[in-house]
Design a protein around this ligand. Structure first.
Ligand SMILES: [Zn+2]
Length: 120
């Protein structure tokens, strides 16, 4: 793909400037717009930055699965085993979903590049 002063919209083939985020003709997304620096976006980001480690901390310290599992009482131990099993399942699912999502992202950008190439 050659780099020119102007580029073509992959959707409607209208000539657009490479600096455009959206096609002025059909509104197709051309480039990812810059991250919002508005007060609202900042507030959300800072809020999550503060709350996220707290949630992780609480999740780690308040999760008593291993304490149950290490218990001498068979009933308590069974509860611990179920809790550990659920934790393992959710961990596997989260990792699987992260991998799946990443692959989807790669695939969609690859097909976007392919569609771009086909337009020329
Ligand atoms: Zn267009």
């Amino acid at each position: 793909m050659e780099i020119a002063q102007t580029t073509m919209c992959p959707t409607c083939h209208q000539t657009v400037l490479p600096s455009y985020y959206f096609c002025p003709n059909c509104g197709a997304k051309l480039n990812a717009p810059p991250l919002s620096t508005s007060i609202g976006a900042q507030a959300w980001l800072y809020f999550f930055s503060l709350i996220l480690p707290m949630i992780c901390y609480l999740a780690v310290t308040k999760w008593q699965g291993f304490k149950y599992y290490k218990s001498a009482d068979p009933k308590t131990k069974k509860i611990g085993m179920i809790a550990c099993g659920l934790l393992l399942l959710s961990t596997v699912f989260t990792i699987w979903y992260a991998i799946y999502w990443t692959q989807q992202e790669i695939q969609s950008s690859v097909s976007a590049i392919n569609a771009d190439m086909g337009a020329y």
